[in-house]
Design a protein around this ligand. Structure first.
Ligand SMILES: O=C(O)CCC(=O)C(=O)O
Ligand SMILES: [Fe+2]
Length: 219
Protein backbone atom coordinates (compact mmCIF):
# COMPACT_ATOMS: atom_id res chain seq x y z
CA UNK A 1 0.00 0.00 0.00
CA UNK A 2 2.92 2.26 0.81
CA UNK A 3 4.42 1.75 -2.60
CA UNK A 4 1.13 2.34 -4.36
CA UNK A 5 0.35 5.51 -2.43
CA UNK A 6 3.86 6.90 -3.07
CA UNK A 7 3.64 6.01 -6.75
CA UNK A 8 0.29 7.73 -6.99
CA UNK A 9 1.60 10.86 -5.29
CA UNK A 10 4.60 10.92 -7.57
CA UNK A 11 2.43 10.60 -10.65
CA UNK A 12 0.14 13.47 -9.67
CA UNK A 13 3.05 15.72 -8.77
CA UNK A 14 4.46 15.58 -12.27
CA UNK A 15 4.01 18.52 -14.61
CA UNK A 16 0.64 18.56 -16.39
CA UNK A 17 2.29 17.89 -19.71
CA UNK A 18 3.61 14.52 -18.53
CA UNK A 19 0.27 13.49 -17.04
CA UNK A 20 -1.57 14.46 -20.23
CA UNK A 21 0.16 11.61 -22.00
CA UNK A 22 -2.45 9.44 -20.25
CA UNK A 23 -5.30 11.93 -20.68
CA UNK A 24 -8.96 10.96 -20.68
CA UNK A 25 -9.38 13.31 -23.64
CA UNK A 26 -8.76 11.52 -26.88
CA UNK A 27 -6.90 13.88 -29.23
CA UNK A 28 -7.26 16.54 -26.54
CA UNK A 29 -11.02 16.66 -27.08
CA UNK A 30 -13.15 13.56 -27.04
CA UNK A 31 -13.89 12.37 -23.51
CA UNK A 32 -13.46 8.72 -22.56
CA UNK A 33 -13.95 7.17 -19.15
CA UNK A 34 -10.41 5.88 -18.74
CA UNK A 35 -7.29 7.96 -18.22
CA UNK A 36 -6.06 11.01 -16.38
CA UNK A 37 -8.17 14.13 -16.00
CA UNK A 38 -11.38 15.49 -14.59
CA UNK A 39 -15.14 15.27 -15.35
CA UNK A 40 -16.53 15.39 -18.83
CA UNK A 41 -17.38 19.03 -19.52
CA UNK A 42 -21.01 19.22 -20.60
CA UNK A 43 -21.71 22.92 -20.21
CA UNK A 44 -19.95 26.19 -19.46
CA UNK A 45 -21.74 26.52 -16.12
CA UNK A 46 -20.63 23.11 -14.93
CA UNK A 47 -18.76 23.11 -11.63
CA UNK A 48 -15.77 20.80 -11.71
CA UNK A 49 -14.50 18.95 -8.65
CA UNK A 50 -11.32 20.33 -7.07
CA UNK A 51 -9.42 17.15 -7.79
CA UNK A 52 -7.55 15.17 -10.40
CA UNK A 53 -7.89 11.50 -11.02
CA UNK A 54 -6.78 8.55 -13.07
CA UNK A 55 -9.47 6.05 -13.89
CA UNK A 56 -8.40 2.62 -15.14
CA UNK A 57 -10.15 -0.65 -15.83
CA UNK A 58 -8.10 -3.21 -13.89
CA UNK A 59 -10.29 -6.32 -14.13
CA UNK A 60 -10.75 -8.48 -16.11
CA UNK A 61 -7.02 -8.47 -16.70
CA UNK A 62 -7.30 -9.02 -20.45
CA UNK A 63 -9.38 -5.86 -20.81
CA UNK A 64 -6.74 -3.52 -19.41
CA UNK A 65 -5.76 -0.62 -21.64
CA UNK A 66 -2.12 -0.45 -20.64
CA UNK A 67 -1.50 2.53 -22.90
CA UNK A 68 -3.29 4.60 -20.26
CA UNK A 69 -1.46 3.13 -17.27
CA UNK A 70 1.20 5.58 -16.07
CA UNK A 71 4.76 4.53 -16.82
CA UNK A 72 6.29 6.94 -14.36
CA UNK A 73 7.09 6.23 -11.61
CA UNK A 74 8.22 2.83 -12.81
CA UNK A 75 6.76 1.12 -9.72
CA UNK A 76 3.23 2.27 -10.58
CA UNK A 77 2.05 -0.63 -12.75
CA UNK A 78 3.41 -3.46 -10.62
CA UNK A 79 2.19 -1.89 -7.40
CA UNK A 80 -1.29 -1.46 -8.87
CA UNK A 81 -1.40 -5.02 -10.20
CA UNK A 82 -0.40 -6.42 -6.83
CA UNK A 83 -3.03 -4.38 -5.05
CA UNK A 84 -5.71 -5.52 -7.51
CA UNK A 85 -4.85 -9.15 -6.75
CA UNK A 86 -4.99 -8.56 -2.99
CA UNK A 87 -8.28 -6.74 -3.28
CA UNK A 88 -9.95 -9.83 -4.74
CA UNK A 89 -9.69 -11.57 -1.40
CA UNK A 90 -10.77 -8.57 0.63
CA UNK A 91 -13.83 -8.19 -1.55
CA UNK A 92 -14.74 -11.87 -1.38
CA UNK A 93 -14.35 -11.99 2.42
CA UNK A 94 -16.41 -8.85 2.96
CA UNK A 95 -19.20 -10.01 0.66
CA UNK A 96 -19.29 -13.41 2.39
CA UNK A 97 -19.47 -11.73 5.78
CA UNK A 98 -22.31 -9.57 4.56
CA UNK A 99 -24.20 -12.64 3.34
CA UNK A 100 -23.77 -14.18 6.79
CA UNK A 101 -25.03 -11.01 8.46
CA UNK A 102 -28.05 -11.18 6.17
CA UNK A 103 -28.71 -14.70 7.50
CA UNK A 104 -28.05 -16.40 4.16
CA UNK A 105 -26.58 -19.88 4.30
CA UNK A 106 -24.78 -20.72 1.05
CA UNK A 107 -23.12 -17.36 1.01
CA UNK A 108 -21.23 -17.31 -2.31
CA UNK A 109 -24.40 -17.60 -4.33
CA UNK A 110 -25.77 -14.43 -2.91
CA UNK A 111 -23.25 -11.62 -3.15
CA UNK A 112 -19.92 -13.02 -4.37
CA UNK A 113 -21.43 -14.74 -7.39
CA UNK A 114 -23.24 -11.57 -8.40
CA UNK A 115 -19.87 -10.29 -9.50
CA UNK A 116 -19.32 -13.35 -11.70
CA UNK A 117 -16.02 -14.77 -12.92
CA UNK A 118 -15.28 -11.79 -15.14
CA UNK A 119 -16.33 -9.04 -12.79
CA UNK A 120 -15.35 -5.53 -13.81
CA UNK A 121 -13.19 -3.52 -11.46
CA UNK A 122 -12.17 0.08 -12.04
CA UNK A 123 -9.42 1.79 -10.09
CA UNK A 124 -9.90 5.47 -9.47
CA UNK A 125 -6.86 7.26 -8.06
CA UNK A 126 -7.93 10.56 -6.54
CA UNK A 127 -5.73 13.53 -5.82
CA UNK A 128 -7.20 16.52 -3.99
CA UNK A 129 -4.80 19.46 -3.89
CA UNK A 130 -5.17 22.05 -1.14
CA UNK A 131 -7.50 24.89 -2.08
CA UNK A 132 -7.11 28.46 -0.76
CA UNK A 133 -10.93 28.76 -0.65
CA UNK A 134 -12.22 25.33 0.39
CA UNK A 135 -15.57 26.92 1.19
CA UNK A 136 -16.14 27.51 -2.52
CA UNK A 137 -15.28 24.09 -3.91
CA UNK A 138 -15.89 20.38 -3.45
CA UNK A 139 -13.17 17.73 -3.83
CA UNK A 140 -15.78 15.25 -5.03
CA UNK A 141 -19.47 16.06 -5.15
CA UNK A 142 -21.98 14.12 -3.03
CA UNK A 143 -22.67 10.75 -4.64
CA UNK A 144 -23.14 7.08 -3.86
CA UNK A 145 -21.09 4.50 -5.71
CA UNK A 146 -22.83 2.66 -8.55
CA UNK A 147 -20.99 -0.53 -7.65
CA UNK A 148 -21.49 -3.79 -5.78
CA UNK A 149 -18.74 -2.79 -3.41
CA UNK A 150 -15.93 -0.22 -3.32
CA UNK A 151 -12.67 -0.84 -1.49
CA UNK A 152 -11.26 2.58 -0.72
CA UNK A 153 -7.59 2.91 0.12
CA UNK A 154 -7.06 6.13 2.04
CA UNK A 155 -3.54 7.47 2.41
CA UNK A 156 -2.12 7.93 5.88
CA UNK A 157 -3.34 11.10 7.59
CA UNK A 158 -5.70 12.04 4.76
CA UNK A 159 -8.95 13.60 5.86
CA UNK A 160 -11.83 15.30 4.08
CA UNK A 161 -14.14 12.35 3.45
CA UNK A 162 -17.66 12.85 4.78
CA UNK A 163 -20.69 10.58 4.91
CA UNK A 164 -24.31 11.71 4.96
CA UNK A 165 -26.65 10.19 7.51
CA UNK A 166 -30.17 11.50 8.14
CA UNK A 167 -29.27 14.90 6.70
CA UNK A 168 -26.06 15.38 8.70
CA UNK A 169 -22.53 15.17 7.24
CA UNK A 170 -20.12 13.16 9.39
CA UNK A 171 -16.35 13.32 8.86
CA UNK A 172 -14.51 10.03 8.51
CA UNK A 173 -11.53 10.35 10.86
CA UNK A 174 -8.08 10.10 9.31
CA UNK A 175 -5.80 7.27 10.32
CA UNK A 176 -2.11 7.22 11.27
CA UNK A 177 -1.61 4.37 8.79
CA UNK A 178 -2.96 3.83 5.29
CA UNK A 179 -6.49 2.52 5.73
CA UNK A 180 -9.01 0.43 3.84
CA UNK A 181 -12.57 1.60 3.95
CA UNK A 182 -15.36 -0.52 2.49
CA UNK A 183 -18.22 1.30 0.83
CA UNK A 184 -21.43 -0.57 0.05
CA UNK A 185 -22.48 0.16 -3.52
CA UNK A 186 -25.94 0.78 -4.94
CA UNK A 187 -26.19 -2.70 -6.48
CA UNK A 188 -25.76 -4.30 -3.06
CA UNK A 189 -28.40 -1.99 -1.61
CA UNK A 190 -30.80 -3.22 -4.29
CA UNK A 191 -29.79 -6.89 -3.98
CA UNK A 192 -30.22 -6.82 -0.21
CA UNK A 193 -33.57 -5.04 -0.41
CA UNK A 194 -32.12 -2.07 1.42
CA UNK A 195 -30.69 -4.04 4.33
CA UNK A 196 -27.24 -2.70 3.39
CA UNK A 197 -27.39 0.96 2.47
CA UNK A 198 -25.12 2.62 -0.06
CA UNK A 199 -24.02 5.80 1.70
CA UNK A 200 -23.94 9.22 0.07
CA UNK A 201 -20.45 10.64 0.55
CA UNK A 202 -18.31 13.57 -0.57
CA UNK A 203 -14.83 14.99 -0.09
CA UNK A 204 -14.20 18.52 1.15
CA UNK A 205 -10.87 20.16 0.39
CA UNK A 206 -8.50 21.59 2.92
CA UNK A 207 -6.67 24.92 2.65
CA UNK A 208 -3.37 23.36 3.69
CA UNK A 209 -3.39 19.63 3.14
CA UNK A 210 -3.66 17.43 0.08
CA UNK A 211 -5.60 14.16 0.10
CA UNK A 212 -4.79 10.99 -1.78
CA UNK A 213 -7.05 7.97 -2.12
CA UNK A 214 -7.72 5.04 -4.41
CA UNK A 215 -11.22 3.69 -4.96
CA UNK A 216 -11.41 0.13 -6.29
CA UNK A 217 -14.90 0.03 -7.73
CA UNK A 218 -16.25 -3.47 -8.26
CA UNK A 219 -19.25 -4.44 -10.32
O1 LIG B 1 -11.32 10.23 -1.96
C1 LIG B 1 -12.18 9.56 -1.41
O2 LIG B 1 -11.94 9.03 -0.34
C2 LIG B 1 -13.52 9.35 -2.02
C3 LIG B 1 -13.47 8.82 -3.41
C4 LIG B 1 -14.79 8.40 -3.90
O3 LIG B 1 -15.80 8.58 -3.29
C5 LIG B 1 -14.87 7.71 -5.19
O4 LIG B 1 -13.86 7.68 -5.95
O5 LIG B 1 -15.96 7.19 -5.49
FE1 LIG C 1 -17.42 7.37 -4.00
Amino acid sequence: MDELMSASKEFFRQPLQMKREFSNLNDGEQFRAEGYGNDKVRSKDQILDWSDWIYLKVEPEDERNLALWPKHPSSFRDALHEFVVRCRRVKRDVLRAMARIAGLDDDDQHFVDQLGGRATVHARFNYYPPCPRPDLVMGIKPHSDGTVITVLLVARGADGLQVLRYGVWYSVPSSSTHALLINVGESTEVMSNGMFRSPVHRVVNSAEKERISLAMRSG
